[in-house]
Design a protein around this ligand. Structure first.
Ligand code: AP5
Length: 216
């Protein structure tokens, strides 16, 4: 399966992608995680990207595409993948299609759009704590870790992401609302667009996601 998740920041894309990736043994390829890892490594791309991320702006395509396409070239992506947070614009969607090709089978099986109101986004983002090591997201009320301040998966320290500050979240939401229509139209035209209501518990949303990916 080749699928992608897009939607507002904090709508639960990463949570659902991680869950599905474990269930279907599919690589979870998150552009945000790739960019944060590059920034932590101190690489030239990472250092350039960090300023954009801290302000809530999109990182320029030249940097994102290089990281993303390198990752998709890895052997484990050969049989399929789950993209999370990429593409974010019509231009990125076109670049991805150019990379994957558009032959007999569509380049992608599904593009799943997460729908969540801004108030719910702000509530989820204000309580999010992310693992410094593996990036797994938790929430102080909705998904608390078993041991306070520690990741259930790898034991890493849980921190608030710098771009989860309220003023940065507002900018990220505005960027998303500006670009989403182009992406929706792009995938609607290719008949792979599906929309998932992202409110409700993690399990409720997971059930809807599974249904929408059936047959993919
Ligand atoms: P990125 O890391 O991709 O951030 P995002 O898309 O804004 O999404 P988030 O990771 O913030 O949220 P999510 O939807 O994954 O929600 P989560 O599952 O964590 O990008 C960060 C930055 O990198 C961008 O701003 C940009 O600068 C740059 N970037 C990335 N990709 C790029 C690209 N393609 N082009 C250019 N720049 C790019 O859940 C959120 C919280 O809610 C958590 O606390 C979670 O526990 C909780 N939660 C999840 N589901 C539920 C539920 N059902 N009920 C209650 N709580 C829930």
């Amino acid at each position: 399966m080749r699928a992608l998740f897009f939607g507002p920041p904090g709508s639960g894309k990463g949570t659902q992608a991680a869950r599905l990736s474990a269930r279907r043994t599919l690589p979870h390829v998150s552009s945000g995680d790739l960019l944060r890892a590059a920034a932590r490594s101190g690489s030239a791309i990472g250092l350039r990207a960090k300023g954009f991320m801290d302000r809530g702006e999109l990182v320029p395509d030249a940097l994102v595409l290089e990281l993303l396409f390198d990752r998709l070239a890895a052997a484990d992506c050969g049989a399929g993948f789950l993209l999370d947070g990429f593409p974010r614009t019509e231009a990125q969607a076109g670049a991805l299609e150019g990379r994957l090709g558009r032959g007999e089978r569509a380049a992608l099986d599904r593009a799943l759009r997460f729908l969540l109101a801004d108030e719910a986004v702000l509530e989820r983002m204000s309580g999010r704590r992310s693992c410094k090591g593996c990036g797994t997201p938790f929430h102080v009320s909705f998904r608390p870790p078993k041991v306070e301040g520690r990741c259930d998966r790898c034991g890493g320290e849980l921190l608030r992401r710098p771009d989860d500050a309220p003023e940065v979240v507002r900018e990220r939401l505005a960027v998303h609302r500006r670009d989403e229509a182009g992406l929706v139209e792009f995938y609607r035209r290719r008949s792979v667009l599906r929309e998932v209501e992202a409110s409700g518990s993690v399990e409720e949303v997971a059930g809807r996601v599974e249904l929408l990916l059936e047959g993919a």
